[in-house]
Ligand binder design. Structure first.
Ligand code: MN
Length: 178
C-alpha cells in the first residue's frame, strides 16, 4: 500500500499539475487530500495560477483513489464541483497502526483525538514529523503555499515509513511507524 497525502492546494493549478506528475509516476494506491482544496481563503494571497475549477477537474480524474477531508476553507459549493465525498476526519489502519487524518484546525498536536498511534494533518502550511509521547504527529505542509520558510511539501506513506517530501522529490524527513 502506497498513499500520497496532499494538503492545502488552495486553488493552485500550477502546483496541482506538479503533484499530478508525481502521482502519475509514483504508482500510488490512494490519494488523501487533507482539505483546503480550492478557495485561497481570506488570510492567504492568491496561489500560483489560481484556478479552482481547473483544480477540481484535475482532481476529479482521480476520484476512485481519493479520500478527502474537509478543511476550514472548504464550503458546500466546493463539494458540489467535486466527484468525491468530503469527510471531517478519516481513521485508517495501516500495518496495524491507527492513523487519524484530519485538516488540523480542530485536531492537531495540541488537541489529540483518542485511540490513535499517528495523527496526520495540514492547515498550518508547515511540514514536520515529530513524536509526542508515543504518538507520531505529522504535518504534510502545503503543496502550494508553504509558510515559515518551509518548502512546498507532501507525504508518501508506505507500509513502514512516513516520508515528508519536497517537489524535487527530496525526502525532507521520515519516520518508521512500524
Ligand atoms: Mn486550513
Amino acid at each position: 500500500m502506497k498513499i500520497i497525502v496532499i494538503s492545502d492546494i488552495h486553488g493552485s493549478l500550477y502546483y496541482i499539475r506538479k503533484i499530478k506528475d508525481i502521482i502519475d509516476r509514483s504508482n500510488v494506491d490512494k490519494i488523501i487530500l487533507l482539505g483546503d482544496l480550492y478557495y485561497h481563503g481570506p488570510r492567504n494571497p492568491l496561489t500560483e495560477e489560481y484556478n479552482p475549477q481547473e483544480v477540481a477537474n484535475v482532481l476529479n480524474n482521480y476520484k476512485d483513489k481519493i479520500l478527502c477531508i474537509r478543511g476550514n476553507c472548504d464550503a458546500q459549493v466546493d463539494e458540489m464541483i467535486s466527484d468525491f465525498r468530503f469527510s471531517d476526519n478519516i481513521r485508517l489502519e495501516i500495518n496495524k497502526k491507527r492513523f487519524f487524518f484530519t485538516h488540523g484546525h480542530k485536531y492537531n498536536e495540541n488537541n489529540l483525538p483518542e485511540n490513535i498511534d499517528v495523527i496526520v494533518y495540514g492547515h498550518f502550511h508547515t511540514g514536520f514529523i515529530k513524536k509526542i509521547g508515543d504518538i507520531i504527529c505529522v504535518n504534510s505542509g502545503s503543496i502550494s503555499l508553504p509558510k515559515n520558510n518551509t518548502p512546498n511539501s507532501y507525504l508518501i506513506i508506505d507500509n513502514e515509513y512516513i516520508n515528508l517530501i519536497d517537489l524535487d522529490e527530496h525526502v525532507i524527513d521520515k519516520i518508521k511507524f512500524n
